[in-house]
Design a protein around this ligand. Sequence first.
Ligand code: PHE
Length: 459
Amino acid sequence: MKREQWGSRFGFIMAAAGSAVGLGNIWKFPYLAGTQGGGAFLAVYLVFMATIGAALIMAEIAIGRSAKKNPVGAFRLLGGGLWSVTGMIGVITGFLILSYYSVVGGWTVAYLLKSVAGTIETTKPDLLEAQFSGLVSAVLEPILYHGVFMVLTIGIVIAGVAQGIERSVKILMPLLFILLIVLVVRSVTLPGAWEGIEFFLVPDWSQVNGEMLRAALGQAFFSLSLGMGAMITYGSYLDKGADIPNASCWVVFLAALVGVLGGLLVLPAVFAFGMDPGAGPGLTFITLPAVFGEMIGGYLFQVIFFAMLLIAALTSSISLLAIPVAYFAEEYGIERKWSAIVVGIVIFLIGIPCSLALGIWGEYKLFGMNFFDLMVYAVDYYTLPIGGILTSLFAGWVVLEKMRKELSNDGSLTFRWIGAFTWIMRIVAPLAVTWVMLSALFGERLAAIWVMLSGLLWN
Ligand code: PHE
């Protein structure tokens, strides 16, 4: 069977940007910026995006296009059996992320339907908070919506790469941008918005610490869909003529832009309505309806916004599901359709305890975290950074020649940044990610050991 391909360069960029731009940028980024010190977090995040992020996305797309295989097959083909473990980490991470991502995707389905029904029209923070926590802590309702979200995801993936994924993102992504900009204009012109703009854009460097660096790096990876094979999978459907560095820069730019717009949408509103920027995961769902409540035509904007959020979530979730689907289809010959359905059902089942963890199963904890937080933590702290370190070592040391060829299309394009790329892949990215990971995990203990040692020396 002939391997599927993207129909156009624009289609690929939209699909890759669609994977990158998602709940991570509009839902997670604003609340992370809110809890991690605002402007300084933004600055650090942008630096990570422009350096390690940009280089790694090029590497992943190049690995995919060079091998024309799913991540496990790609690492095996290019680097030998042991390297396929890196691809395996990616496939597993796809399961982990999608199981909680789809729960949040379900909330967007719920909010879309409620907006259409006109049942969230208020600017009162208490009411909005009660409504949100009522939804996520319920038993059946969020699971039902999580199921709806998974069915939509499975449907698009079954329809195929060009017919399903590409066709939908080419319309949905431009729409998303237009809408975001309109909404940001409203948010930043709310009375009292200035404080939020300042909080988000003006860095207070005293906020930089190990935990924040880790969060910013994790977010850079997450928001570019890196470290887990999504871009390898999408790159594998890319034709030989496409300019990978150029396409990658577009994706980084668009993902960063949506993050910034997401922050400018949510945080000014938070301050304007006197809410708490450190409120966490509920932030977007609680503050935005308040913004709409203040707008002329708010009903319409609210409906469109939640439709867009759902779209952003879907264009990412399909890329998550596409990884295991490509893996099972190519490694075990399971038909695309069936692997999408079976994998989708398994992910739906893992998502159930994630959802219940925010309600009736909240008191069951492992390592001090409920199941939902545990999934987020495992991905952000372990699987994405480890996947990223291995991928960059692979690109920099094992297949650098292949990377050179792919990034310059066998010499027919000039890729001016190859020197920087090589350095980042070989040394900067592996060291920086390892350091950030260890300092976040062992920061206090390392400091304690240091104090002890210096005490011993002193005596
Ligand atoms: N990048 C997506 C987002 O920001 C999430 C994602 C991560 C998608 C990893 C695919 C792979 O929402």
